[in-house]
Write a protein that binds this ligand. Structure first.
Ligand code: HEM
Length: 354
């Protein structure tokens, strides 16, 4: 039987195809394993650390304590030259949202939380979606997921005292000179006694895209219309639910409003670096008013099943290459998967008991 020697170029092509197929398989596997954005910390590692040693069954693994809100965004239309996103065209759009405090404990005292948050979810009839999850700090201490993971590690309570280890934190910040603006903010920040009087920041930057295909980097902040001093509340500061009770009380008399202020970067600003604030003289546009009309408990509430993933963006908006922003999607999805499974188990157990 005659045997034709393999043609080297055919062999190269065949092995090349096998290599490409294997590389694709490995990438799918790594993606499924939660390795996002080319960095080494997985979504699972983040969520394991954030949820702590005793995960709270059926709750979010971060920002676990919160309440659902609903209302309308009254868009001014002033962003129209910068974006085709339908939520920014003049008019009203309903939203479902959530106020929360940072941490994994859904029973933690409100006023002790270092960070407060406002998340909004928009869905239009034409199928567009926009989710934004904003925090009180305008900048982050670090600029990439690995360092963020190390920061979370440094913040872990010391098992002996139950409190964060001050020396560890000091060493972390000493090793991260980029955290200077975050620490300046932290020192000057005076938390208010109301969700309604805080400023909430996108912190990460995004792009707006207009009809001509031009791209503009932006950050936004929800700026309260309520004056911090204007509405004295009769809620005791020692009440663990002080912020939630205050909001419910305010909404009995009138809606709570925030202006959505959108800041335009200029060419000298780095939209991929969330540790640096943009100069105060940058153009800021009032994109519209967030009008919060009602509040309800999160368990069984409209917001409970929503994953406020900041990478869910409508046509006319895009994520920047900020590595922290790009790491958030997979971590939120992992937290969502865990609690969705537990909520299902809870519902089955409740069903079986009936
Ligand atoms: C690598 C960095 C970050 C990681 C790993 C992370 C992780 C998480 C996780 C796991 C959740 C729970 C999600 C859920 O179960 O629905 C969460 C919630 C949240 N995060 Fe982050 N986060 C990061 C950065 C940020 C930043 C920069 C902001 C704000 C500027 C932010 C704001 C929020 C808010 C507001 C929520 C609560 C949303 C809600 O009400 O459901 N996070 N985060």
């Amino acid at each position: 039987m005659s045997h034709t020697p393999p043609n080297p170029s055919h062999l190269r092509a065949r092995y090349g195809m096998i290599f490409v197929a294997m590389a694709a398989l490995v990438s799918v596997f790594l993606y499924a394993a939660g390795l996002f954005g080319g960095h080494g910390t997985t979504a699972q590692q983040f969520v394991n650390l954030q949820q702590g040693a005793k995960p709270q069954f059926s709750f979010r693994r971060a920002h676990a304590k919160g309440m659902c809100i609903q209302g309308d965004f009254v868009a001014s239309g002033l962003l129209s030259p910068y974006t085709t996103a339908e939520f920014f065209q003049q008019g009203e759009q309903p939203f479902i949202g959530r106020f929360s405090t940072a941490g994994a404990n859904p029973l933690a005292p409100d006023l002790a939380a270092p960070v407060r948050s406002l998340a909004l979810s928009f869905s239009s009839e034409s199928g567009q979606r926009w989710r934004t999850a904003m925090n009180t700090p305008p900048v982050l201490a670090v600029g990439n997921p690995e360092d963020f993971f190390q920061q979370l590690l440094a913040l872990q309570p010391d098992p002996a005292t139950g409190k964060p280890n001050f020396d560890k934190l000091k060493a972390f910040f000493a090793a991260h000179s980029e955290s200077v603006q975050f620490n300046q903010w932290k020192q000057s920040y005076v938390p208010s006694t109301s969700f309604a009087t805080e400023q909430y920041h996108s912190t990460n930057a995004f792009y707006l895209l207009n009809k001509q295909g031009q791209r503009q980097a932006v950050r936004w902040a929800a700026v309260p219309q309520a004056d911090a001093q204007a509405m004295p509340s009769d809620i005791s500061n020692s009440d663990p639910d002080a912020l939630q009770l205050d909001l419910a009380e305010r909404l009995q008399t009138e809606p709570v409003r925030f202006d959505l202020m959108v800041t335009l970067a200029d060419a000298s600003d780095d939209e991929t670096n969330p540790t640096v604030a943009w100069p105060a003289e940058r153009t800021t546009i009032n994109a519209g008013t967030v009008v919060i009309r009602s509040v309800e408990e999160q368990k069984g509430g409209a917001c409970d099943g929503i994953n406020f993933d900041p990478l869910v963006l409508p046509a006319g908006m895009q994520a920047t290459a900020d590595p922290i922003l790009n790491a958030r999607g997979a971590a939120y999805a992992e937290s969502y998967r865990r609690r969705a499974r537990e909520i299902f188990i809870e519902s089955q157990t409740a069903g079986a008991q009936q």
